[in-house]
Ligand binder design. Structure first.
Ligand code: NAI
Length: 328
């Protein structure tokens, strides 16, 4: 039996920790924020809620489909019967497809919560430093607390944060050279005092500063009222407006919503914004062999597999398989 430290309690970290524990190993998971799920995030407000991070996920890999079927059976996720339209310079275009789009129920991180049941999790614990002691690792948090010892450390935070912890001389650094920083994304959630009358439940927005609009209250497991919308802003606009005010974001969001065919919108009754500094990677990174055997350091995360939720799961699943073989 080996003892592993997993840094990050998002989907990749929790998939990894769960599979390692199932194979008889022990894991301690360290998470800098208060909750689990990373960018799978839902905020609860007075009488409403909205998903401000990942909006939905799709499945391409049959192995991942098997896992998602299990999540559906557990009640952690459900298909969102949505037909996003395309909004471009010519207006609203319908754009039907066969894609099943899933969401967590009743909150986006429900499957991460389910996977983490019974795991040894330290929240509000920011790992600051790794120390090699013989063939083992010790960790330190930013309060000077020490944890360990561990047979391996598995970094599952976004690229920039994982790189900051990666010890010098690791062969994992090589494939990461030339990758750019991750890109930001502003999110705004608003709720209306009355129904808007907008027909579409979601839109891929191709022109302007908003690139995605979704009626969050149309997702399964959410209250249909009050009507709630989420807007995501382009990486470029987000990067140029890192200090955007609530009112600027709301103005832009309402302008985009009006283009969906309702020039007169009811009053906004509440809103919140969230700035994701590490929403997605700037370059395509593929890291298949993400374990440095000499240093006993591993990497996982959606960014190692191309930014989609499926990539987060695959990276955690693959790294678990490598480690289980190594410590067989
Ligand atoms: P997917 O298969 O629904 O869509 C991928 C992309 O293809 C969409 O962004 C859209 O531009 C286009 N597309 C898909 N279906 C379309 C249709 N019926 N008509 C016209 N265009 C269509 O989802 P996938 O590949 O699983 O990606 C997940 C989603 O999350 C994507 O929309 C992606 O852009 C988004 N994402 C957003 C991030 C952010 O920071 N806002 C970060 C990472 C992913």
């Amino acid at each position: 039996m080996a003892v592993f430290a997993v840094v990050g309690a998002g989907l990749s970290g929790m998939t990894l920790a769960r599979e390692l524990e199932q194979a008889g190993h022990r894991c301690q998971v360290f998470e800098k924020s208060r909750g689990r799920g990373g960018r799978l995030a839902t905020r609860r407000r007075d009488g409403w809620q909205a998903d401000h991070g990942a909006q939905y996920f799709t499945v391409r890999d049959p192995a991942f489909q098997q896992e998602v079927d299990r999540w559906v059976a557990e009640g952690w996720v459900a298909p969102w019967p949505v037909a996003p339209v395309v909004l471009n310079g010519d207006g609203v275009q319908s754009s039907p497809d066969e894609q099943t789009r899933y969401v967590g129920t009743p909150t986006m991180n429900a499957m991460v919560q389910g996977l983490s049941e019974g795991l040894d999790l330290f929240v509000q614990t920011r790992v600051d430093r790794l120390e090699r002691v013989g063939k083992q690792w010790r960790l330190w948090d930013d309060q000077g607390e020490q944890y360990g010892q561990f047979d391996a450390v598995l970094l599952t935070a976004p690229l920039a944060q994982s790189l900051a912890l990666l010890p010098p001389g690791s062969n994992l650094e090589v494939p990461l050279r030339g990758t750019t920083a991750m890109l930001p994304c502003w999110a705004l959630a608003i709720t209306f005092s009355e129904p808007t009358g907008i027909e579409a439940d979601a839109a891929f927005v191709k022109t302007g500063v908003v690139n995605w609009l979704a009626r969050d209250s149309s997702k399964p497991g959410r209250a249909a009222e009050p009507e709630t919308w989420v807007a995501h802003f382009t990486a470029q606009w987000s990067a140029n407006h890192l200090d955007a005010s609530d009112s600027l974001l709301e103005q832009q969001c309402l302008a985009a919503l009006r283009r969906l065919g309702q020039p007169e919108l009811p009053a906004v009754s509440d809103r919140f914004k969230h700035r994701w500094l590490y929403a997605r990677s700037g370059t395509e990174t593929r890291l298949d062999a993400a374990f440095d055997t000499n240093l006993a350091i591993g990497l996982a995360g959606d960014w190692t597999q191309g930014d989609r939720l499926e990539g987060a799961w695959r990276s955690g699943h693959r790294l678990a398989k490598t480690l289980i073989e190594q410590w067989a």
